[in-house]
Design a protein around this ligand. Structure first.
Ligand SMILES: [Cu+2]
Length: 132
């Protein structure tokens, strides 16, 4: 069992390197393979009224989310690599790195704008607009 977790770590590292090579788009190229995915279609709502943000393709989806104070936010890792969430301005939160299929939840307690990042993927950033 030790061996298979080492293998998945190696795979994750390889995927990360690939993503690093391809992920340099500056936003508005029309020929890009995943252009058009930038438009957010609104976050998923969970059964208890919380909000779900996917970590997919080395990005948060949707990238910017409006939430209310007290509304639980859950980040679900759908990638084959580890991700985390760590706020860089505004209210503070930080998760551990976690693998595909796992999630981290945090509930804002005050209004404000929060910027957050994945600490191992430069450019993987998100914003929460918390309203009272
Ligand atoms: Cu990440």
């Amino acid at each position: 069992m030790k061996r298979s977790s080492l293998l998945s770590l190696l795979l994750a590292t390889g995927a990360l390197a690939l993503a690093g090579c391809g992920g340099d788009g500056s936003g508005t190229s029309t020929g890009g393979s995943n252009a058009g995915r930038a438009a957010s279609s609104g976050p998923k709502t969970t059964a208890d009224g919380g909000i779900e943000i996917a970590m997919k393709g080395i990005a948060y989806s949707p990238q910017t989310v409006s939430v209310r104070v007290g509304q639980r936010i859950t980040w679900v890792n759908e990638d084959d690599v580890l991700h985390d969430v760590a706020s860089t301005s505004g209210d503070e939160f930080k998760s551990e790195l976690y693998p595909k299929g796992e999630s981290y939840s945090w509930t804002p307690t005050e209004p404000g704008r929060i910027s957050y990042v994945c600490t191992i993927h430069p450019g993987m950033e998100g914003t929460l607009d918390v309203t009272g």
